[in-house]
Design a protein around this ligand. Structure first.
Ligand code: FAD
Length: 366
């Protein structure tokens, strides 16, 4: 899709900012190593054509869903979950509506995933519109439902509000929420990361600093905002490495079939939409079927390029549709697990949370 000439404009990143900081100051050390992932991308071997080379292991996947608004959407969501379940993702996560608006629906969906499927559920939880005690209670409810993985986020402002304002008595930022969750139990905690910098951040480096703070507060993995150009992620990965962020930075993959909608949304969340992508969807506004086929190829190619650069774990924004994600996973060599097949060995972090006991009394809730 994109040749080497597309990437040669990218100079290996080498800013150096080593300082000790007060809260809010940049205090990461950034010194991108010469042999980093971006460098390898610029100078290393190219991705080979399909089929995948025999020695290439299928990637590890996780899937993200949003809670359904009504009965019909709920049926669609569960059909999608059941279709994707045999692909044995590492976890499936369920979002928390802007402003905490889906608190009950998120909880119901996550609890049902824990109860009725073989999947490992992860609950998104935000700081918006609730006190620390209320957020802690939601977290304890998850523990009681057998849910050990939380995606801890600051959250987007509720509908109608343009800017984020911390709730009085609430967690101010994701970093504070991570710390709060750690006090409750040894959760597996994922946080958000922004390869193109969060729109509210003062600079890319301060954003990186806040990511490091979330990790230092106890997060076990970061999941990125979606991006479309490989070099954007690889540059970010190098910066994370140089800042001594050692947890996995799992790339968020958004298969794009509704290009116009993605263009609008990307303008709000700070993700850039490359001109090559606009060209691919040119003239297809009224041709949803062709757009979906293109979406599958583009996303599969994006993953394969990242795999060629050593990335082996991907988080898919499914938008509650199974077909695209299933087709992409198939292209990547992921096949439904047979009932007799053993599960993928868990990581150390996952092993740890499998046996967690709540810190303090879960019963302290009442
Ligand atoms: P934080 O890490 O707390 O910070 C956001 C930005 O604010 C930082 O990048 C930093 O520049 C700045 N900042 C952080 N701390 C401070 C500080 N102490 N002082 C000053 N500035 C600071 N939103 C939802 O509402 N529900 C969801 O389910 C949801 N799921 C998401 C899943 C993923 C994988 C991602 C990447 C995002 C998701 N979001 C969700 C969106 C997210 O809530 C927004 O991007 C939000 O604006 C920032 O959340 P955060 O947790 O990254 O924030």
């Amino acid at each position: 899709m994109r040749g080497r000439e597309d990437t040669e404009r990218v100079a290996p990143a080498r800013p150096a900012v080593p300082t000790e900081g007060r809260p809010g100051e940049v205090n990461v050390v950034v010194n991108a190593p010469p042999g980093g992932t971006l460098q390898r991308w610029l100078t290393g071997p190219r991705v080979t054509g399909l089929p995948q080379p025999a020695e290439q292991r299928p990637p590890k996947l996780s899937f993200e869903f949003f809670p359904p608004k009504n009965e019909a959407l709920e049926q669609g969501l569960w059909a999608a979950i059941r279709r994707l379940e045999p692909l044995a993702p590492r976890f499936v996560s369920v979002t928390y509506g802007a402003g905490g608006s889906t608190r009950a629906r998120t909880h119901e969906t996550v609890a049902r995933l824990a109860r009725e499927t073989s999947l490992t559920p992860a609950a998104h939880l935000t700081c918006v519109g609730a006190t620390c005690a209320e957020v802690d209670e939601v977290a304890r409810d998850y523990l009681e439902a057998g849910v050990r993985h939380v995606v801890a986020l600051r959250g987007d402002p509720p509908a109608g509000a343009s800017e984020y304002a911390p709730h009085p008595g609430g967690y101010a930022q994701a970093e504070d929420l991570v710390r709060g969750l750690r006090r409750i139990a040894d959760f597996d905690i994922s946080v958000g990361a922004y390869p193109e910098t969060h729109p509210a951040a003062a600079s890319a480096l301060s954003d990186l600093d806040y990511l490091k703070r979330k990790i230092d507060a106890g997060a076990t993995r970061a999941i990125t905002q979606y991006f479309f150009d490989t070099d954007i992620y690889l540059r970010f990965l190098d910066l994370c490495g140089a800042a001594r962020i050692t947890v996995p930075i799992v790339p968020g993959i958004l298969p794009v079939s509704n290009f116009k909608q993605v263009q609008r949304f990307s303008a709000m969340c700070g993700a850039s939409v490359p001109s090559w992508m606009a060209k691919l969807f040119e003239g297809l506004d009224d041709d949803a079927e062709t757009r979906r086929m293109i979406a599958a190829v583009v996303a599969a190619e994006q993953v394969r390029l990242l795999q060629a650069n050593g990335v082996d774990e991907f988080h898919f924004y499914t938008l509650n549709r199974a077909d695209l994600t299933y087709a992409i996973a198939h292209l990547l060599g992921v096949r439904p697990r047979q009932p007799s097949e053993p599960a993928e060995p868990v990581t150390k972090a996952e092993e740890a949370v499998a046996a967690i006991a709540p810190i303090g009394a879960v019963g302290a809730k009442g």
